[in-house]
Design a protein around this ligand. Structure first.
Ligand code: GUN
Length: 287
């Protein structure tokens, strides 16, 4: 059996068309949606990510404000800038690209962003809302993974989902979203002694570790849905995920490629969250 591909580029195109229509409708009412993206320092990967985020905004008719700050920016100055953006009615979403330089406390920075503008979904208020099933912004990568499952008609209800990785950005919120969708969820991580014993039972596997070949063919149940969140380089410098794609695609029922899978969906869900924030702000302004 060769797995069918879950095409993150095609799905993104569909979802971004909806974002663009909603952005145009808001702009026509005088509420052009705006995203502020803050980059501190000159990490090369972060520079690429923020450039892609800003470009995606422009293409969908959102206003974006890209601020590059030197690595020497003080924590106090960054917090003060976030407070200004919290109060700026033209800005509906605030994203501070991570990682931050070591002298800046990322937790403090995230907690300074107004939860109403927390389009990354990293604020403790957003994480808490997800935990208790209340409305709030969902972190973009796991949110995008859920959309990918939906796009292939995979309802997690009653399924066994295994999440590999326990980060605050992907693993933990992914597990909560799957649980909310009534899956039985297992979270595996670096201290899990026999990963394969869990993944072999899984109907859905989400690999979010940041290491190549974490999931290989013999670890996958035939027909399973495999979502690869990893973004790594192979020995030849080519982009690859956490999953041994060539082997696993012969066993799985569905699989996301890298590149062209989860990556574009992360940016798409950032746009969706920003539009949502702008629509809520516009409704508040009207009411
Ligand atoms: N660094 C890596 N991924 C992300 C992300 O989704 N958001 C932010 N703000 N920083 C990141």
């Amino acid at each position: 059996m060769t797995a069918q591909l879950i095409d993150g580029i095609a799905l993104s195109r569909q979802l971004r068309a909806d974002v663009a229509a909603r952005a145009a409708a808001l702009a026509a009412r005088g509420h052009k949606p705006g995203l502020a993206v803050l980059l501190v320092g000159d990490d090369p990967a972060s520079q690429v990510y923020v450039r892609n985020k800003v470009r995606a905004c422009e293409e969908s008719g959102l206003h974006s404000l890209l601020e590059r700050h030197p690595a020497t920016l003080t924590e106090a100055a960054l917090l003060a800038r976030i407070e200004q953006l919290n109060a700026d009615p033209a800005i509906h979403g605030i994203l501070v690209q991570l990682p931050l330089p070591a002298h800046i406390d990322a937790h403090k920075v995230i907690e300074t962003i107004s939860p109403a503008k927390d389009v990354d979904g990293f604020h403790v208020a957003s994480a808490g809302a997800l935990m208790v099933g209340q409305p709030g912004f969902r972190p973009c990568t796991p949110y995008g993974c859920m959309k990918m499952l939906e796009s292939i008609g995979c309802d997690p209800r009653g399924k066994h989902a295994v999440v590999i990785g326990r980060s605050n950005i992907v693993g933990k919120p992914m597990a909560m979203l799957l649980l909310q969708a009534s899956a039985t969820v297992t979270i595996c991580h670096s201290a899990t002694p026999d990963l394969a014993a869990f993944t072999r039972q899984a109907d859905i596997v989400v690999a979010a570790v940041g290491k190549r070949n974490v999931l290989t063919a013999e670890m996958v149940k035939p027909g399973a849905v495999v979502i690869d969140v990893g973004m790594n380089r192979d020995d030849a410098g080519k982009l690859c995920g956490d999953v041994d794609f060539t082997g696993v695609r012969e066993v799985a029922g569905w699989i996301t490629p890298v590149p062209g899978g989860v990556g574009p969906m992360t940016i798409t869900m950032l746009l969706v969250n920003t539009i949502e924030a702008a629509e809520r702000a516009a409704a508040g302004a009207a009411g």
